[in-house]
Ligand binder design. Sequence first.
Ligand code: GDP
Ligand code: MG
Length: 144
Amino acid sequence: MSSDPVAAAPQRSFVLLKPDAVRRGLVGAILSRFESRGLKIVAMDLRYVDGDLADQHYAEHVERDFYPPLRTFVTSGPSVAVLLEGDQVIEVVRTMNGATDARKAAPGTIRGDWALSNRENLVHGSDSAESAAREIALWFPDFA
Ligand code: GDP
Ligand code: MG
């Protein structure tokens, strides 16, 4: 047994490839980045997100002024729900996704290379261990 305090500690994150990713044919390219990085796909599913699921997923945002158009967007077509696993996967995915406002996202990130919108920014990634647990219970209850 290793006692290395920074040894790999597998963690899981919920990732959503939003309708713009599916519409634009970027699902394979985005998944390829995560796989190439060494992250493991544990579960994956094409989902038609309805308003109720959108409201639950974005519970922290439902009162925000940007939420109604966000809700319209995330329910506008199929998305791909992905459960990823890896060392520090939550932080690694957030870094790979880039800044929320894709217009400000760094080159080399998914949003910084392929998006130019504050709303249609291709990907969602859990932002904390608590969010990941909540989102995994919502999207992949068999894995919660
Ligand atoms: P994320 O965790 O980086 O996805 O960002 P948030 O949790 O803050 O917001 C959720 C999603 O709402 C973002 O990914 C965007 O699609 C959308 N969004 C957030 N903030 C804004 C905003 O100020 N304007 C618009 N139009 N959309 C926003
Ligand atoms: Mg968020």
